[in-house]
Design a protein around this ligand. Structure first.
Ligand code: NDP
Length: 303
């Protein structure tokens, strides 16, 4: 079995000795591949143009937690997303930072600071804010638990409505009830045909007036024009966005410089090189031993 590594030279410099120590074969870059039939695994963020060049490919591994950038794969090729504690904890941290910044009026204070304006606004404890976490997967659960530990009133929404201890949970059909009790919405959903464009004008209108949004899912889940209207109408009071549509957000986009919006350039997490390599090794070993592939993506669900 051999891995074709399609990522940065910095990452390759960390992966190469780890693969060598594990006795696994790794080719760096498509140009280095002399025998495409030897390639059984590919690690990439953007997939190679012609996957059919690798007739014995078994698993395509996304170097990140998302797989929405991946094509439909040929029969017999499985898709794995990188599962790493570091990714999950970093996104959790971004969500906690965003929730606290929004809850404590930081968009207003940052705008005031820029013009030297010393004015206080009403502040209440976390227990007064109802947070709603959309997506209760590996990251959503972790974020929801941490926000609950901070004292926020936390509820979660997921396709299956799976239970999470200490948190009120809603299923896909109960979206209206979930949104109606959510002052601060956190999006941690994967991008699929069902979640694409989910946060549109009608969706935002279901939140209580003045609600806040922390978005770390995928840009295409949020209609940015609808967000702007909702901000102008006071339906949404502030938003913090780590993901946007498009990415990168053009320099002249309205969201840059809008005092009600804080944009971070998709930096909630980054895969640690060594953790990524450990995941890929686990995938290769599972393939060899006929076990379930770690981070296996269900092609029908899309996550
Ligand atoms: P998981 O696959 O573990 O969890 C996905 C969750 O979303 C599940 O709870 C699932 O429900 C729920 N879900 C999926 N589709 C729907 C739907 N149509 N309606 C309601 N709920 C739905 O993913 P992770 O927690 O690991 O990651 C979530 C996402 O976070 C990633 O896909 C990516 O988009 C984003 N992310 C962003 C990063 C950043 O840097 N900004 C970094 C890493 C991830 P159920 O439990 O019922 O299956």
């Amino acid at each position: 079995m051999a891995l074709l590594f399609l990522s940065s030279p910095e990452r390759a410099a960390v992966w190469a000795p780890i693969f060598e120590a594990a006795g696994e074969e790794m080719e760096i870059g498509e140009a280095a591949v002399s025998d495409p039939s030897a390639i059984t695994h590919i690690l990439c963020w953007q997939p190679p143009k012609d996957i059919s060049r690798y007739p014995n490919l078994r698993v395509l591994i996304s170097s990140g937690a998302g797989v929405d950038q991946m094509p439909t794969l040929p029969e017999g090729v499985q898709l794995s997303r990188t599962v790493a504690k570091g990714i999950e904890e970093m996104v959790r941290d971004w969500v906690v930072m965003a929730a606290l910044m929004l809850h404590r009026n930081m968009p207003i204070y940052l705008a005031q600071a820029a013009r030297g304006d010393w004015r206080a606004h009403m502040t209440r404890g976390t227990g007064f804010t109802r947070v709603g976490v959309m997506g209760l997967g590996r990251i959503g659960k972790l974020a929801a638990r941490t926000l609950a530990d901070l004292g926020f009133q936390v509820a979660g929404w997921s396709r299956s409505g799976a239970r999470v201890e200490g948190i009120e949970t809603f299923g896909e059909a109960d979206l209206e009830a979930f949104l109606g009790r959510t002052d601060l919405l956190v999006c941690l959903l994967p991008l699929t045909p069902r979640t694409q464009g989910l946060m549109d004008a009608a969706f935002l209108a279901r939140l209580p007036r003045g609600a806040m949004l922390a978005h770390a899912g995928r840009g295409a889940q949020l209609d940015m024009t609808a967000l702007r209207h909702a901000l102008d109408e006071g339906q949404i009071s502030a938003a913090m966005l780590d993901v946007t549509d498009p990415e990168p957000l053009p320099q002249d986009h309205w969201a840059w410089g809008d005092p009600r919006v804080i944009v971070t350039p998709h930096i909630a997490s980054e895969t640690d090189h060594a953790e990524g390599a450990a995941h890929a090794l686990n995938v290769i070993r599972a393939t060899r031993e006929g076990r379930e592939i770690p981070g296996l993506v269900d092609p029908l669900r899309g996550y």
